[in-house]
Design a binder for this molecule. Structure first.
Ligand SMILES: [Zn+2]
Ligand SMILES: [Zn+2]
Length: 127
């Protein structure tokens, strides 16, 4: 049986189950991630969209078009960030929404847009 990763928003309206191999786990401090999350860095992990099921009472998250190839996703009840849904068959989820974010397969291996974060904000990437 494939590994499953579950999570959801603050209020529980939006829930997901992601299966298969977690792709490209990374942190990002770009301006869009900062605005979307309210945090200085966001932590991302991607899945093949056919392996992500939106199984909470609210179904799929709301989308806001954020770039030419992607839309940011969020709960329309509590406003929590869920991640991004790309035009490519990729769903990017943010690690803070996972029920068990400490699973080793989800650990970030790179940091994008390091220069956009304050110097005092430390993100440790173990290689
Ligand atoms: Zn919610
Ligand atoms: Zn970013």
């Amino acid at each position: 049986m494939a590994k499953e990763f579950k999570g959801g928003c603050l209020c529980g309206h939006i829930r997901f189950t992601a299966a298969g191999k977690p792709l490209n786990p990374h942190t990002c401090s770009c301006t869009m991630c900062q605005r979307h999350s309210g945090s200085l860095s966001q932590v991302w992990v991607e899945f093949d969209s056919q392996h992500v099921t939106w199984d909470g009472p609210g179904g799929e998250p709301k989308l806001w078009r954020s770039s030419e190839y992607s839309s940011r996703s969020f709960c329309n009840e509590c406003g929590s960030t869920l991640g991004a849904i790309d035009d490519e068959p990729i769903v990017a989820l943010v690690l803070g929404t996972f029920d068990a974010p400490n699973r080793k397969e989800l650990r970030p291996s790179s940091h994008s847009y390091v220069s956009k974060k304050p110097k005092w904000w430390k993100v440790q990437i173990d290689h």
